[in-house]
Design a protein around this ligand. Structure first.
Ligand code: FMN
Length: 194
């Protein structure tokens, strides 16, 4: 049994990301895992202001900005698996998701108890990480940048790259319903969490 945090970055409540998340969660819960979904696009989460004043030792509220990130920090600290579920915007995570990622910096800031290791390394939290992403275009070129970023991101964050589901030909709300193999893949992805 694992604790899973899904960060839903889509601003469309009935969009393709949400439909994929529902199937992923169904699979993960059937496998006996505990899943929490944070709809970060609808939460009050401000972008990082770059103050460099975060304090990782204050685990429940490491950031200087006090907003709904405190809810995300709680589930993030507890989880074994973190799922970044976001539409592809300009070949990358969307801004709502990127704001959360930037704010995770606060969990890696402050004084390192080991002077030979910088805080941003010392406070890394090992997790398994998944990426789920719908997009309009289905081509290798469309996913090239996010694939590259994702691999480096996982490595630098000390995440085990658990896998990704990048699905094209999804543009309008509801498109995913015409693509049952995408929902099936999301369900099976969730089912692999153990
Ligand atoms: C601002 C914006 C940028 C986008 N950029 C891309 C892109 O670079 N490549 C692509 O294939 N689709 C792109 N899309 C399409 C979305 O990824 C697609 O509509 C996706 O299914 C939206 O997911 P949602 O229904 O969960 O909101 C973009 C959409 C928007 C609104």
């Amino acid at each position: 049994m694992k604790k899973v945090l899904v960060l839903n970055g889509s601003p469309r409540p009935n969009g393709n990301t949400v439909a994929m998340i529902k199937e992923f969660v169904r699979g993960a819960e059937e496998g006996g895992n505990i899943v929490n979904v944070c709809d970060v696009a609808r939460m009050n989460i401000h972008p990082c202001v770059g103050c460099l004043g975060g304090n990782a030792q204050n685990t429940s509220s490491p950031c200087c900005q006090k907003d709904d990130m405190d809810t995300v920090y709680k589930y993030y600290n507890e989880c074994d698996v973190v799922v970044f579920a976001t539409p592809l915007y300009f070949w990358n995570f969307n801004a709502q998701t990127k704001a959360v990622i930037d704010r995770l910096f606060a969990t890696m800031e402050g004084e390192s108890p080991d002077p030979s290791v910088p805080a941003y390394v010392y406070y890394l939290q090992h997790k398994e990480a998944c990426l789920m992403m719908p997009a309009e275009e289905e081509s290798d070129a469309n996913f090239q940048l996010i694939n590259h970023y994702w691999d480096g991101f996982c490595e630098r964050m000390d995440y085990t790259n658990y896998g990704k589901l990048l699905i094209g030909n999804l543009m309008e709300v509801g498109d995913v319903k015409q693509k049952p193999e995408a929902l099936e893949a999301a369900y099976k992805f969730g089912r692999t969490i153990k």
